[in-house]
Every structure is written in C-alpha cells, then in structure tokens.
Ligand binder design. Structure first.
Ligand code: AMP
Ligand code: MG
Length: 276
C-alpha cells in the first residue's frame, strides 16, 4: 500500500497478524496487482468477487452520494493523467482532463449483490481505492487482533492510525504534526478503541511549474483539490469511514466538510488551513 506500517503492542504476535492482514488486503484491493479483483474490474469492466470487496465498494459509493461526489473511487483515469504530469513535470492539457472526466462518476458503478458482481456502465472506467483501502485494511487488521485475543495495540499505517484498547491501562496518545512545521506537535489526543486518520498535502504532494499540488483530486474539476485546507484529521469508530471522510473533507473545504462529518455522526474533525 505504499506505506510503512508500525505496530506497538505488549503482545509479540500483534505485528505479524497486522502485516499479514495488510498483505492480504493489498493483494485484493490494489489496482497495481495484476491478479486483484480491482485490476480485473479495471481491465474487463466487470468482475465477480467476495462480499468483503463488494461491501467496501458499496461503502465508497455511500460516501460519494453523501459527499456530493467529492469522494469518488472512479477517479482512476484522472489520477493516471496527474501521475504522468508529475513524471514529466508538465501540467496536463485541459483537453486531456476533459476527456478523462467523461469516464468519471461513481453513479456508473453497478452492483449485483446476489451474484457478487461489480460492473462498469461505461467502457474505459477505472477505480482507485487509494483514499479508503488503508482504512479498510486497518479495520480488518484490528478485527483479526481482537479475534486472536490481542487487546492492546497501536497501529500506524502512514497516517491511518488505530488505537486498540489501552497502553497498560491508559489511553494511547496520538500527536498531530503541524502541516508545514514538521517538528511541531499541534494537538495530542488520548484515544482508546478509536481510529484517527489524517489526509494532508504534506506527506504526498508535488510541484509543477513552481506551484504546489496535493495528491487529492477534486472530481468536480479534475484538478488537484484547492479548498484552502492542508490537513484534515478525522476521529471515528472505524478507520474505513475516517479515511474516506478525511479525503472528502479535504476536497469540500471546512463548512461543507463539517456538514458531511455530521451526517456520519463524527464528533471530532480537525482542519488546518495553516498552509504557509
Ligand atoms: P488519502 O491520502 O486517503 O486522502 O487518499 C488519496 C489517494 O486517493 C490519492 O493518492 C488517489 O489515489 C486517490 N484519490 C485522490 N482524490 C480522490 C478523491 N477525491 N476521491 C477518492 N479518491 C481520491
Ligand atoms: Mg482517505
């Protein structure tokens, strides 16, 4: 999943359980792995898959619906264009973006749950689960730990964090870094049995022609999000939802972003606009 996963636990089995889960889900959810259901879907426009993958796609669509499409797993074709732009250090042509935008739209995913079928309704569509897969894998890893009877662990998967149980009876402490001043901690949250996920433009961003761009795309324009936010942190029961919402709020901006969080009954969202 392109990140480093750190596990802290008094139980020596914890790390291997977590790594195993992440490896398994990466095999299933990555569009870079040729044999994954997601890659097959992207190649053929349809795939039969298991209830877990289907469930994740359904939840993604739910967030798309409630976020007015600012969270959208069908951004694949646009993300490819921006990846090429970064490689060549040249902004894409607006014509290219316009063409790719015709292939974008979460409404164009069709699901038949009884058959376990996911289908695209347009040729050339591509999904990219980059904004939700880490959160999902994290929830699955936590469920596995609980099943194995492991009750205390802190997992950090590159900004997607879960605090399982306590650290010797006290809540785990998670510090948020300032989005620009690397060594400054702006807030510390004591947490137990909660996910805390950050979407920021500082771990991943790129510069073309002197301008800084985030890796999060605004599906309404096809261009990198430009809402004035440089970091969003969401605390939730589930990492899957926290991950998806952090990305959506990054696109929506503060006012609409907080409205979205309310719909999911999220109590803690921290937004930073301290981007200079
Ligand atoms: P995150 O770091 O969770 O905010 O996810 C960002 C990643 O998700 C990007 O690297 C893209 O692969 C993908 N992505 C970018 N913009 C969006 C968006 N608006 N909705 C869904 N996925 C996106
Ligand atoms: Mg996300």
């Amino acid at each position: 999943m392109g990140t480093i996963i750190k596990v802290t636990s008094p139980d020596e089995r914890a790390a291997e359980v977590v790594f195993e889960e992440f490896r398994d889900w990466e095999e299933k959810l990555s569009h870079f792995k040729k044999g994954s259901p997601i890659s097959r879907l992207n190649r053929r426009g349809k795939v039969r898959t298991d209830p877990e993958v289907l469930g994740l796609i359904k939840r993604s669509l739910e967030v798309s619906f409630l976020s007015s499409g600012t969270f959208d797993i069908t951004l694949g074709p646009i993300i490819d264009i921006w990846k090429k732009a970064i490689k060549n250090k040249r902004l894409p042509k607006s014509k290219e973006i316009d063409n790719a935008r015709k292939l974008i739209g979460w409404e164009n995913i069709y699901i038949d749950e009884n058959k376990g079928l996911i289908k695209f309704t347009k040729r050339g569509m591509k999904i990219d689960l980059g904004a939700i897969a880490k959160g999902f894998a994290l929830d699955m890893a936590v469920a596995r730990l609980r099943k194995e009877g492991i009750t205390s662990a802190l997992i950090n998967a590159g900004g997607d964090i879960y605090c399982l149980g306590t650290k010797y009876g006290r809540r785990w402490k998670v510090g948020l870094r300032h989005p620009r001043r690397n060594r400054e901690i702006t807030k510390v949250y004591p947490l137990s049995d909660k996910a805390i996920v950050t979407s920021g433009d500082y771990e991943q961003y790129f510069t073309i022609e002197g301008k800084r761009f985030s890796h999060i795309i605004d599906p309404r324009t096809g261009y990198p999000a430009d809402s004035g936010i440089c970091s969003v942190t969401v605390i939730a029961e589930e990492a899957t939802i926290a991950d998806a919402l952090a990305t959506a709020i990054f696109v929506l901006g503060e006012k609409k972003g907080l409205e979205l969080a309310k719909k999911f009954n999220i109590k803690e969202v921290r937004i930073s606009k301290d981007c200079f």
